[in-house]
Design a protein around this ligand. Structure first.
Ligand SMILES: [Zn+2]
Length: 80
């Protein structure tokens, strides 16, 4: 029986894989979400009084790319 890895290394772009939820070969669709680190950094800068710099992490820290199944909407993995 051939073994097929369900979880592959996900890149920043759409990936073709077999969705473990609906067991269908799909091309993932991606959504970007702010990196949780970004909020921490921004909060730290705010606390330190750097009001003007607190939005800088949103430009410097790359967002997390989340992959979803276009058929059933299952979350398949992320790439930061
Ligand atoms: Zn699916």
């Amino acid at each position: 029986m051939p073994y097929e890895a369900i979880y592959v290394v996900l890149g920043p772009g759409p990936v073709v894989l077999t969705c473990p939820a609906c067991n269908t070969r799909v091309t993932t669709y991606t959504r970007t979400a702010p990196n949780p680190m970004t909020h921490c950094l921004a909060a730290c800068l705010c606390i330190l009084g750097c009001w003007l710099c607190c939005c800088l992490p949103y430009f410097c820290v790359p967002p997390i790319v989340r992959h979803y199944c276009p058929r059933c909407g299952a979350y398949l993995g992320s790439c930061s």
